[in-house]
Design a protein around this ligand. Structure first.
Ligand SMILES: Nc1ncnc2c1ncn2[C@@H]1O[C@H](COP(=O)(O)OP(=O)(O)OP(=O)(O)O)[C@@H](O)[C@H]1O
Ligand SMILES: [Mg+2]
Length: 275
């Protein structure tokens, strides 16, 4: 058992009225862990994050988030310690300026004005959104609008960050911003659970992967190993893995820097030229 886990699901069953989604799912995420939740469309990844955020309640079993049982709790009872990015971030944007949007959580938590101000300013700077503070979120391009939603999830300096498809629809610059920010938050001790179809993002930023399929967690382990072991499940391979296979390189990790190192060694040892 992890010490002070940020998320603990025990024997959870969940179904929508006509759709069984989770069956006997148990898992733990420890403080400062970076975890990818992967799996096919409709597997129940978003549903699992909604259970973690007390937006849904299990039919059977228990969910504890940041040490708080979610039974009879609402999302706002977790908002001081958990940041949540919706799969469709537009669903969470309600204010008329970026500044008001990002400070929404702290204002509703009753923070003093000076603390709200400084936290909002800091997170806008962290996400390169300072110049957009007075802009209406809907006047921003979609990629930057998603960063606004991410800023709203980050502003309380959460102990646990739940991100549902954080890189979907982002351009290269916004995607790099998300990668940097997630890395920095992990380094500061924030745990991250990121639902993602973007295995390149997941393998570059996160350490552990869970695969949800057929209502169960079917894989759980070190992310590169999980991806190697799960080829038959039809998940896309990360770009460095495709490169390593194509050359071919016997790189075990599939992280970009390891593949680059293996490629450099191959060149240095004057192996066959890469065509
Ligand atoms: N509010 C709802 N009412 C009824 N069924 C739902 C509801 N939300 C999701 N479902 C169904 O539950 C199953 C799991 O959905 P969920 O959105 O959790 O999957 P997902 O893994 O996040 O999928 P995706 O990768 O497409 O985002 C799907 O069959 C979906 O159609
Ligand atoms: Mg989803």
């Amino acid at each position: 058992m992890a010490l002070n886990p940020v998320l603990c699901l025990s024997a959870v069953d969940f179904a929508y009225p006509a759709t069984p989604v989770l069956q006997d799912v148990s898992l733990e995420i420890a403080a400062s862990e970076g975890v990818a939740l992967l799996g096919p469309n409709g597997a129940g990844k978003t549903t699992l994050t909604r259970l973690a955020m007390a937006m849904l309640q299990p039919l059977r079993g228990t969910v504890e988030t940041v040490g708080r049982p979610t039974a009879e709790r609402a999302p706002e009872d977790l908002a001081d310690r958990v940041g949540y990015l919706f799969q469709n971030p537009e669903a969470q944007l309600v204010e008329r300026t970026v500044q008001a949007e990002v400070s929404f959580g702290p204002r509703h938590l009753g923070w003093p004005a000076a603390r709200i101000d400084s936290a909002t300013r800091e997170v806008l700077a962290e996400l390169d959104l300072t110049s957009a503070a007075s802009t209406h979120p809907y006047d921003l391009p979609a990629a930057r609008r998603r960063l606004v939603a991410l800023a709203s999830a980050l502003v309380v300096d959460p102990a646990f960050l739940i991100l549902d498809e954080p890189t979907a629809g982002l351009d290269r610059v916004a995607r790099q911003t998300v990668c940097r920010v997630v890395r920095e938050r992990l380094a500061r001790g924030c745990a991250v659970l990121a639902v993602s179809h973007d295995v390149d993002f997941a393998i570059e930023v996160l350490d552990r992967a869970l695969i949800l399929q057929d209502r169960r967690i079917v894989r759980d382990g070190e992310i590169a190993q999980v991806l190697v072991d799960s080829v038959e499940l039809g998940l896309p391979l990360p770009a460095p893995a495709l490169l390593a296979q194509r050359i071919p390189l016997a790189s075990v990790s599939w992280r970009a820097e390891d593949v680059a190192r293996a490629l450099a060694e191959r060149c240095r040892s004057s192996g066959p030229p890469v065509s």
